[in-house]
Design a protein around this ligand. Sequence first.
Ligand SMILES: *[C@@H]1O[C@H](CO)[C@@H](O)[C@H](O)[C@H]1NC(C)=O
Length: 832
Amino acid sequence: MLVFLLHFSSTMQLKWQTVCFFLCIYGMDVVFCQARYSIPEEMPEGSFVGNIAKDLGIEISRLISGKARVVTKGGRQYVELSRDKGALVVKERIDREELCKQTTPCSFSFDLIIENPIQLHRITVEVQDINDNAPIFPKGAVNLEISENRLSGARFPLDSAVDMDVGINGIQSYALSPTDNFKLEINSQSDGSKHVEMVLQRELDREEHDELYLVLIAADGGSPRKSGTVRIHVTVLDVNDNAPVCKQAVYKIDVMENSPVGTVLTTVNAVDADEGINGDISYSIAQASKEAREMFDIDSDTGDITMIKMVDYEIERSYSLNIKAKDKGSLSDTCKVIIDVVDVNDNPPTIQLMSFSNTIAENSPVGTTVAVINVEDADSGQNGVVQCKINEHIPFKIESSLTDYYALVTDEILDRENIAEYNITILVSDQGSPALHSNKTLTVKISDVNDNAPVFSSDQFRTFITENNSPGVAVLTVKAGDADWGPNARLSYFLEDSDVMGHPVSSLVSINSDSGVINAVRSFDYEQMKSLTFNVTARDGGSPPLSSEVMVTISVQDQNDNAPQVLYPVQTGVSVVAEIVPRSADVGYLVTKVVAVDVDSGQNAWLSYKLQKATDRALFEVGPQNGEIRTVRQVTDKDAVKQKLTVVVEDNGQPSRSAVVNINVAVADSFPEVVSEFSDFTLSKEYNDNLTFYLVLALAAVSFLLITTVVVIISVKIYRWRQSRIFYQSSLPVIPYYPPGYADTGVTGTLPHMYNYDVCMTTNSRKSDCKYSTLGGQSVLVVDQSFSETLQRAMKEKEFLENAESPEMVEIQIRNFKNVLLTDEMSKLFFK
Ligand SMILES: *[C@@H]1O[C@H](CO)[C@@H](O)[C@H](O)[C@H]1NC(C)=O
């Protein structure tokens, strides 16, 4: 057997080097050659593989005749024989990677069969790798999460790339970019594969880069070189490696003290470079006074510092808080918050009474302290500077004694009677803006001092009381006031001891010491006492008491309680007196004059005369005012000797009282005629026989006495008339009345028109200490006939009462009255 082993290199125009081995085994009649070619993969169809004819030394014709053909056992036939060229050409694309995977070398074999004679040649074609595959990473991208706290040297295996090509066309190198933090380490495994690892060579910092983008490049050794890349995304996982940091180390805040609760004062801010919970900061008050903790709160999430209680400058002026900012990873920072409270004028000044006397005596000296007050203001600065004032126009002032202390003192003498109470308003205000005020009102009462005497409502009291009053009747009320108060103004009334016309005043009137009501003690009689004057004292209850006096005059008013009294003609009831009218009497002859008195006064004593009955009404008339009875016509012989007249004397009181007087008139020329005529009178039915004798006797005695008296009077009158004729002349003849027992001289027939009554009167008729005025006395009063002089007379009475030399004796001179009015006592005396 002969074996050739040929090896040659064709110099074909193929780019690809074709290597051909020959091995021919010559057997009995079968030639068995082996040829071997080498071609690159991925040759286009028809590409020349080898000149088999030449290489095997076979004629092309033999190829044709022998029907040379390629026989592939199973699989695909990549190569076919071009008989006419005697060459093998690529029939189908050959993909080494498909054919052999990673096996190398890679070849396929086929047989070339030539018939006639049969020849069998085994041909092996080795497929050479070309770099037609780039390295490929199994995943398009790699995501890695690496905690930032991994230390350098930490390894992170990566998937290696795959290159279908083999050999030099396989992966030759890896490269990583960038390589700031990582480097690549490639370890070849025992199976030849490569283990790619990323090794941390510089530690990661999430806070610097929280993500890294790297590219891993795998490159083969082919020419041209192919490479594959994979993106590596590294997420740096945070580690709480950063503590929070406060933005400011110290926060300084001013807060107005009246800021409302809930005010956010500031926000503490800390930052943490970490993320997530590592950067989640919570704030808390780390260190603060108890007061500050009660006052402020911090929002643990936002860092807002809120006021939870009103700050008060007057309590605390500054607070400091240490705020801790802490992340969840328990790293922390501390900052300081200083809160300064700013004073606001929020405190009104206060007034405190340190001492106060609410009552002060009205005689307190100027400068008496009423109250001591303390004024304070909790604010500071101008807000705490206080001024103190009181209301104006009051007699008080405020004095500053010590700082913050004031004294309220009197500034004038007080007078309770003027103002008894003061409301003193103390007003304090501070200097803040706006200023705050406070006030306090003190009521100061002025206590009474007995400095005012009682004052009567009138400087004198006068009243009237009608006589015959019932005893005990209230006459008058005196009233006094006292400007003082309480007991100092409680008044009592007293009568001052005195005598009124000889009576102690207390026997006449009494006074109610409380009410001042003056009562009559007894019934008054105007005819005895026309008025009484006394003094009343009012005394207050002070200590010492003060008193004052007032004069009280009570005038007694007349009542018509006395009827007129006829003085002449005397109405004895038993005597018969007759006026004689000569028959020769002319018209207007004055027969007589009715003389009556009324002890009352005024109207009550104003008398009028009326002829009530007459034997012959046509003969006489009565002067209605003077009581003169005159003839009205010539007396004739026919007229009866005996004429009887009844005259009524009436006073003007209400009701009026009256008296009746009977007058006998004898119209005769001689006395015997009268006597004979008047025997009838004496023997009137009213008298019994015994009486008659006495009457005649009395008449005779009276007539005698009368004649004697007339003679005496006339002689005296003549004497007087000579002295006093200058005063009065009258043409009318008047018959005067001379009371019995009265001795006077006069001139009969020519009666003077002047009557002279000398009246003696004592207050007590028993003690008749009487003095008669001398005739032709110094005081001679001539009065006109008019009756209107009654009132004047009352005055004169008063005058002479006042001029009386002794209260025991009063001398009255009344001259020339047509009507003579005498008191009861006078008349008694007069006619005794
Ligand atoms: C003082 O004040 C009181 C209470 O307000 C009042 O009743 C009184 O009349 C006042 N007095 C004076 C003198 O104003």
